[in-house]
Design a protein around this ligand. Structure first.
Ligand code: BG6
Length: 487
């Protein structure tokens, strides 16, 4: 991935958590790798908690350096990376201050990228202020999630931003789309003739998509308590994964071909009937418990969280897609904080053989299964039945593994690195288009409304478990269970 295109990467929220943990480390990795970023490319940080470049660089050294290169920092690369960084001190609330930003960057060559790693309430004021000093031309804008709180507020932001930037200048980031195994899912599905004929209702019994975290809400209690897992994870990451799993083969990998197909899936999601919500949606909230031997507190006692909070930290859903390929196949989605393990995976359960000449054990569930593990230990694992050695026809489940780090020892890229390079190079395929985002909000909103109207608290679950029992019960009703294997 080489670039000779110069750029000015303006980072709003330059001392925020995201900049510290993800954005600046990803830019550093791209810099360190060599050849990915044009030598003349600059990073211009706009941040509240620094007054000048010296102070900002000191902050970067103290806070960002610990997050780069797990295997030790390449000091000379780090020193040359710091040379790329400039700093502008402006008050984001004062449009007139943006003149200073313009003066600082207007003579720099190449495309301008404005990365809004700020709270969403600043998105529109920043866009207006950029436009007021003419900085919306020859530029791209990156919007972090959450983009709005519901369909209405997300439309309001999109309308306002859309008056200033054209859709092809807008990069709505969903970092799950940048993960290597998600890309690999596209390669698996559309690069091999083997799977595609099976990838449909005739052969697939059910699909599970899990994003489980061991972490709690960390320092984000305040934000999270007004958000919840449905908005934080389902509306974006889980529905994006679902649309990639279920989409029709696109005509090409260009940005609109892929996004058109994903949109068709999102529009085909069977609307949830509020009367059925108890059968198809489970919400939970973590209580205290033990994770890897350490006692952890209940959500309601986390800093920033209201003690009587009814915010969900766990969601499980049964989703259906109303089209020819998927009619009647349940897609089970699940995400939660403080669960038993950190794992993100997609499980495709194929149907059992229609008749077993090999005896009852050949009908056993769990063998005809494809597991795409997104993290940790990225693998694609195909479970099959095989004969156990020895006398008699005794069958056992075995698996074929594609472990990416064994095949491809080099070149693995973090999601943010890939996505930032895509923004700089003008590749939109892995960013969420406005109509996709609207379709996702439209589908989740009735669930949010129903939960709010019902006034029922979320179901409690102990930290370190797999969530409320109702989540397993929902799958049991369909004769299946969540795949919960040791890492
Ligand atoms: C973010 C959510 O989008 O994704 C966080 O806001 C969550 O709450 C995170 O922890 C999970 O991402 P990853 O890549 O660590 O699985």
């Amino acid at each position: 991935m080489q670039t000779d295109s110069s750029f000015t990467f303006v980072l709003f929220g330059g001392t925020g958590d995201l900049s510290m943990r993800k954005i600046l480390p990803a830019l550093f990795e791209a810099h360190r790798a060599g050849g990915m970023l044009a030598d003349s490319g600059k990073i211009v940080a706009v941040a509240r908690h620094a007054t000048d470049r010296g102070e900002y660089i000191q902050w970067v050294n103290e806070h960002v350096k610990p997050h780069v290169s797990k295997n030790g920092v390449d000091e000379s690369a780090w020193a040359s990376f710091l040379e790329r960084i400039e700093f502008v001190n402006i008050d984001l609330g004062k449009a007139e201050d943006f003149v200073h930003l313009r003066d600082a960057i207007q003579d720099l060559p190449g495309i301008r990228v404005f990365y809004l790693a700020t709270g969403p309430s600043l998105f529109v004021p920043i866009c207006h202020a950029l436009a007021s000093v003419g900085l919306n031309a020859n530029s791209r804008i990156v919007l972090e999630k959450p983009l709005g709180y519901d369909l209405k507020s997300s439309n309001a932001i999109n309308d306002a931003v859309g008056e200033i930037f054209a859709e092809e200048q807008i990069y709505r980031i969903d970092h799950y789309l940048g993960k290597e195994p998600v890309q690999n899912l596209l390669a698996l599905r559309f690069g091999n003739a083997l799977f595609e004929p099976l990838w449909r209702r005739e052969w697939v019994e059910s699909i599970q998509i899990t994003i489980a975290e061991e972490l709690g809400v960390e320092a984000r209690g305040d934000f999270y308590d007004n958000t919840g897992a449905l908005r934080d994870m389902v509306q974006n990451h889980l529905l994006q994964l679902l649309s990639i799993v279920a989409m029709e083969p696109p005509h090409s990998m260009d940005s609109d071909s892929v996004r058109d197909e994903k949109l068709r899936v999102l529009r085909a999601l069977k609307p949830i009937d509020p009367r059925d919500i108890g059968k198809v949606a489970v919400r939970g909230q973590y209580h205290s418990g033990v994770i890897r031997g350490t006692a952890v507190p209940a959500y309601a006692t986390e800093p920033g969280v209201k003690p009587e909070s009814a915010t969900e930290t766990f969601v499980a859903l049964k989703v259906e897609i109303e089209n020819w390929r998927w009619a009647g196949v349940p897609f089970f989605l699940r995400t939660g904080k403080r669960l038993a393990d950190r794992v993100a995976e997609i499980v495709v359960n194929f149907r059992a053989v229609p008749h077993s000449a090999l005896g009852a054990s050949a009908l056993r569930a769990g063998a005809n299964r494809l597991v795409i593990r997104l993290q940790p230990n990225e693998t694609i694992r195909l479970y099959c039945l095989a004969k156990q050695p020895g006398e008699g026809m005794n069958l056992a489940s075995v698996h074929l593994d594609l472990a990416f780090d064994q095949f491809f020892r080099e070149g693995q890229m973090e999601a943010y690195q890939r996505l930032l390079l895509d923004v700089i190079n003008g590749r939109l395929a892995l960013f969420v288009r406005r109509d996709e985002q609207e379709a996702a909000w439209r589908w989740v909103e009735p669930i949010l409304n129903e939960w709010k109207a019902s006034n029922k608290p979320p179901k409690p679950y102990a930290s370190g478990t797999w969530g409320p029992a109702a989540s397993s019960a929902m799958l049991a009703q369909h004769g299946t269970c969540w795949l919960e294997e040791e890492n």
